[in-house]
Design a protein around this ligand. Structure first.
Ligand code: PLP
Length: 379
């Protein structure tokens, strides 16, 4: 790493701007602290202990993960309150129990009565579990659909009655906030998110069962919610880095994108007004979420090109096809020169890499590599 600049790195490479990362982390942390809500950052975006430690500063250290591999990695990194927020299956309970026996409060989630019974059964051998019930606040992915909340109290009673099992609380992920692109639209989804989990928690408490944690969270709703009453924690994740999708739905500004892919120009094709780069589908991902509100972003836009409207319009496995509405300035992009591609969806783009090359735009314009952070991939 000694004295490395972006020009020394192999391409494609994942570049993280620490100055922007710090700003993004601080903005969310301050916002939630002022609202009296604990931040449980979802580290499925960063998958990095270095970023995780920065993210929980000023909060109590609780985090969210999306795989058992992440749970083990962050436990090794010193985190002790970890919520594995993907529906649990009985076959994974021994792995959960093993981490819990090591002193990690690894919490799990279900929306299923059979799984709740399997957890109760697994605890009869002396293991303990801490379990959330998942609520569908309108996103239509996992969870008991609000407002009916079918079977909520049955699941709560099974978990509460089982020795060694704690009902941690209720949770939801307002994924439908990604289909809004106005502050008012996102705030309306945030209110649905709040009502769904607060109603579920109140119903459980009214049945005489404790429901300590009321957990919401997506980046857009954490950023634009106008009322957190009844919510105890939020789990935003992508806010650490932000991306083109977050920019276009209005969760962040154009200057808040901390992550980019460094790629080399590998060919000029003036007859079709294109250059090729060595970052294709594997290096960028084919996530097109950001195209919902801005079709011209393709698979990512070129950050440091003279015109910001230059985008990767097509990908094969290792080739990215870059074009623009304007004539490509080939003189500024000789073969071998480097460009930085801003991702549509930071979580998915980062998944192809095992490390972040960290730069700092406030130190030297982001030219030198100031650190390398690791990442955990896989399941
Ligand atoms: C369960 C859960 N919680 C929190 C989040 C974080 O939301 P975001 O990616 O909008 O930051 C996600 C993202 O998919 C999630 O699945």
């Amino acid at each position: 790493m000694a004295n490395q600049t972006l020009n020394d790195l192999p391409t494609p490479a994942l570049i993280l701007d620490r100055a922007i990362l710090r700003r993004n982390l601080k903005r969310m942390s301050d916002r939630l602290r002022e609202a009296g809500v604990v931040l449980r950052p979802h580290l499925k975006t960063a998958k990095s202990v270095q970023v995780g430690r920065m993210a929980v500063e000023g909060h109590d250290g609780r985090i969210t993960v999306s795989t058992l591999a992440e749970a083990r990695y962050f436990a090794k990194g010193g985190f002790t309150d970890i919520f594995y927020a993907v529906g649990i299956v009985p076959a994974k309970l021994p792995a959960v129990a093993e981490l819990r026996r090591q002193g990690i409060n690894l919490r799990i989630v279900t929306d299923n009565i059979f799984v709740a019974r399997a957890i109760a059964e697994a605890a009869t051998n002396g293991d303990s579990f801490s379990v959330f019930i998942e609520i569908d606040s309108g996103g239509g992915r996992a969870g008991l659909p609000y407002p009916e909340l079918p079977g909520l109290l049955d699941i709560a009673r099974v978990l509460h009655a089982a020795p060694g099992v704690e009902l941690a609380g209720v949770m939801t992920h307002a994924g439908h906030s990604y289909h809004e692109n106005s502050v008012d639209g996102i705030a309306a989804v945030a209110e649905q998110e709040r009502l769904a989990i607060v109603t579920a928690a109140e119903a459980i408490r009214a049945a005489g069962i404790p429901c300590p944690i009321v957990s919401g969270g997506s980046t857009p709703t954490a950023m634009h919610s106008r009322d957190f009453t009844g919510i105890t924690e939020m789990r935003p994740g992508v806010y650490c880095f932000n991306d083109l999708d977050q920019e276009f739905i209005g969760s962040c500004g154009a200057g808040d994108l901390a992550l980019s892919v460094l790629a080399s120009v590998i060919g000029h094709y003036p007859h079709r007004n294109q250059v090729l780069i060595d970052a294709g589908a594997l290096a960028l991902s084919k996530d097109i979420s950001a195209q919902e509100f801005q079709p011209k972003v393709g698979f990512g836009t070129i950050a440091n090109a003279p015109a910001r409207d230059m985008a990767v319009i097509a990908c094969s496995q290792e080739h990215g096809f870059v074009s623009s509405d304007d004539p490509i300035p080939y003189g500024n992009l000789p073969v071998g020169s480097r460009v930085r591609v801003l991702p549509n969806h930071a979580c998915i783009t980062a998944a192809a890499y095992d490390r972040y090359y960290v730069v700092d735009s406030e130190l030297d314009g982001g030219k030198s590599v100031v650190d390398v952070y690791d990442r955990i991939n896989g399941w």
